[in-house]
Ligand binder design. Sequence first.
Ligand code: TMP
Ligand code: MG
Ligand code: ZN
Length: 189
Amino acid sequence: MNIVKGQNGWIEVICGSMFSGKTEELIRRMRRVEIAKHPYQIFKPTIDNRYHHQYIVSHNKSKLNSTQVDNSRQLYEQVKKETEVVGIDEAQFFDGGLVEVCHKLADEGKRVIVAGLDQDYRGKPFHPIPELLATAEYITKTLAICMQCGNPANRTQRLIDRDEEIIVGEKDIYEARCRKCFSPPKEKK
Ligand code: TMP
Ligand code: MG
Ligand code: ZN
């Protein structure tokens, strides 16, 4: 893909429900970059306090070094000139400015790989992923397996009755569910 090296940037989005292998896929792509000895950096938002501050870690515990940033502006400021590939995990936790930052980096000739949840626990689009999906060059949707019935799952069921959009958690409070088994929370008046 990287034919005109250092000149042609683009955006790749990896999205799907929890437990669908988004971080694993990001790590897989970044390892190929590492093997090719291209300079890369990986970022994740400070809000994601699972596992370890210095790494991105998939549910199956594979990991790569990463830098934590508080917002999209800080991310942009930390990207080095020589970096050719920028990886971003848990993109749903970033502010809306992430979309512009990804495009600026791509315009500067960098390959930008963004992973994140496309839907929240209500099954609604999780910003800013929808805006990235609309404008990225490449999109990969990863599917999990429904933890109720075993069908392909693209939604995430929250198992506790709380309505903040952001609650960091794991298998204790979330399950991958298919369209049939997913039941959205009742709208509170
Ligand atoms: P994962 O996609 O790498 O499994 O992580 C998703 C994170 O997002 C996890 O910490 C739970 C959190 N989350 C929310 O904050 N709100 C939501 O609506 C959903 C579905 C997940
Ligand atoms: Mg992940
Ligand atoms: Zn199901």
